[in-house]
Design a binder for this molecule. Sequence first.
Ligand code: TEU
Length: 475
Amino acid sequence: MWFRSAVVYQIYPRSFADSDGDGVGDLRGIIGRLDHVATLGVDVVWLSPIYASPQDDAGYDISDYQDIDPVFGTLADFDELLAGLHERGIKLIMDLVVNHTSDEHAWFAESRSSVDAPKRDWYWWRRSPPNDWRSFFSGPAWERDEATGEYYLHLFSRKQPDLNWENPEVREAIYAMMRWWLDRGVDGFRMDVINLISKPPGLPSGDSFALNAHGPRLHEFLQEMHREVFDGHDGLLTVGEMPGVTVEEARLFTDPARREVDMVFQFEHVQVDQGTSKWDHHPLRLTDLKATLGRWQAGLADVGWNSLYWNNHDQPRVVSRFGDDGAYRVRSAKLLATILHLHRGTPYVYQGEELGMTNAPLERVTDLRDIESLNHYAERVALGGDPQAVLAEIRPMSRDNARTPMQWDASAKAGFTTGEPWIAVNPNHAEITPAAAVAAPDSVYHHYRRLHELRHTEPVVALGDFTMLLARDER
Ligand code: TEU
């Protein structure tokens, strides 16, 4: 399986490169930076959503799966980007967000129009909330809709209504859309919260996350998707984002004989520094990190496959979180990269990770942009929380830490835009840039390049086995 010796680079288009000066990254900006991606030596690019969207959740609220949002460009720009990657021998996987759509999607507009609309059953409607589920973005998970007075389910924002995967019409429409992208030449999908699509029968009250994280028909739906979309295609990559997935479940999801997904994004190692929630943050205990990484290496050693990541658009920058973004920034960034890339699995490198980019200051609430952070702040302050204390618990874990503009040069806007960036550039961008990295032989950047080269030339890196040493050593 080709992806076992591949490296994936995640591009978050909003923050990668802006070509038209509107302060938001776009497809032509990416096209202009393809050589940076190519010289890093990666094999696949995962593109976070670029589809038509009101941008309520930064594009993870899609209003048209088969068109590009004007802020990012056009389908012609997309085709040029895809060709540019393919001619450099790099595959492209799209971000597939099909647990929910935007409330501005035509499907939802039809569904909400009346209780007997043909698409009413494409979403989850009830006369009154059937349970006490909470949204992952604060507040209740059921929203009353004026048009009919009924309530619809949204595990994320109220502008992200959950699709009803029990309805075969929904599944067929999604598979047809996926085939449309494969016919356009894309090489696979990263499937957003795909483990939430099978809801628990009867919609019982309780922890909305635990109840929805692995519903009874999940394997059935993934195997049906494989038959309807992926069968007959070679060289694809499918990765299921599955918050809460266990090693035992991951063995089933990624066993090639079961024809579900190639690998999953699990969350155990990015939850070792938190208590009841991501905001209940505590310093890392190294033995906890070793234990979970070791469990996943052992658990998938003989069947299935791991994805390996520290960073993405939802996680704080790992050099600030688990390393040292001060005096030992370069050394700790290289250490963390070495650990990750010499594990069994497919490594994912998030834009800027190859430079050792760090968390952002996020000094005041007006520096925040992410709905998850802003909703949490509003809810906690409304309940009497001290604004500065709430901001202090948001600062190290906010998704905005990963979403500051990619740093291209030492100029005022880091070479990201000629306009006003949608989110502030990190003040330390002057010394953390590709130019500085390329010029320094011992830079984080060259270390990533060497790790990628090793994976491509030394089979033991991708396929060797794993032995944990010093499991109980805190250093
Ligand atoms: O993230 C799902 C998810 O689990 C995250 O909400 C995660 O729990 C949280 O961000 C941790 O801070 C996916 C996308 O990656 C995320 O950007 C979207 O907001 C979310 O789904 C809804 O589509």
